[in-house]
Design a protein around this ligand. Structure first.
Ligand SMILES: [Zn+2]
Length: 271
């Protein structure tokens, strides 16, 4: 059953062009000290039950015709750090990976679905793939983020099921792609207001998904670094957003000033 799910997810990753060659890897923790994972040097489109491997939490191979993925240490670090993590999927979805290449995370509070299922994305700096040092780069973020950009490399997601860990790749990659398209429109992005973002985080908490922002004040939920094309309605630092005049207030002020100028020029009220 679980092997069939891993095979199905491998096919989805390949069909969506989230993996190339033998790239990407999938694992599922079937017991306290046993993890099923994909083998090295095998396309995710060509997985079969026979080639899947089983390892313990130290990385020793217990079963399987293939040799365990070289990214086993990354998967195991996540399982050891996060008891809720039952599945880990690592792939190279192009749009999210583009963010990983430039060392930036996408802004929050733009698309509701992304907020609920992924939300704040973490960025782990580059290390040589397959090494213990690489595996450990995710540790500072993995308890509070289910989706991490791996510097100059790709994406890793954890979830309760393999299917869900693949969904998060879809959600984050589509999000990054949509942001890239929106940035080309030449109009600043409109942000979901903090009080509405709080509603989304409440849904997220009910679903049992992690987020580093659960305990933040409403006005801090959407604080993010600058984004190309800009973001409007950014609440910025706490207390600042309410000080900013609304569009209508600005319009009224402009009209008042214009009226005054015209009055001065014409020596009477403007019509
Ligand atoms: Zn990779």
């Amino acid at each position: 059953m679980i092997k069939q799910e891993i095979i199905r997810v491998g096919r989805k990753l390949w069909d969506r062009q989230y993996v190339d060659g033998n790239g990407g890897n999938i694992s599922y923790r079937i017991a306290e000290n046993a993890v099923i994972c994909t083998p090295t040097l095998c396309s995710k489109a060509d997985l079969t039950p026979e080639v899947l491997c089983m390892v313990d939490l130290e990385g020793n191979q217990l079963a399987g015709a293939g040799k365990r993925t070289s990214e086993t240490p990354l998967h195991l670090e996540i399982y050891r750090a996060v008891p809720e993590a039952k599945a880990v999927v690592h792939a190279h979805p192009p749009h999210a990976t583009a963010y990983a290449l430039v060392g930036r995370v996408p802004p929050t509070c733009i698309v509701p679905e992304h907020e609920v299922f992924v939300g704040q994305v973490a960025y782990a700096p580059y290390e040589t793939p397959g090494t213990k040092a690489f595996a450990e780069t995710v540790l500072p973020f993995v308890k509070t983020h289910n989706t991490i950009l791996l510097g100059n490399h790709g994406v890793v997601c954890w979830a309760d099921t393999v299917t869900h860990a693949e969904w998060y790749h879809e959600v984050v990659d589509t999000y990054c792609r949509t942001l890239m398209l929106a940035a080309q429109l030449g109009t600043p992005l409109t942000r979901i207001p903090g009080e509405k973002a709080k509603d989304l985080l409440a849904v997220k908490k009910r679903l049992g998904l992690p987020d580093a922002r659960f305990d933040l004040e409403e006005c801090k939920l959407c604080d993010q670094p600058e984004f190309p094309g800009g973001i409007t309605a950014c609440p910025g630092a706490c207390g600042r957003s309410s000080d900013l005049p609304s569009d209508l207030e600005v319009e009224a002020m402009v009209k008042a000033v214009t009226d005054e100028v015209l009055k001065a020029l014409n020596g009477g009220p403007a019509h």
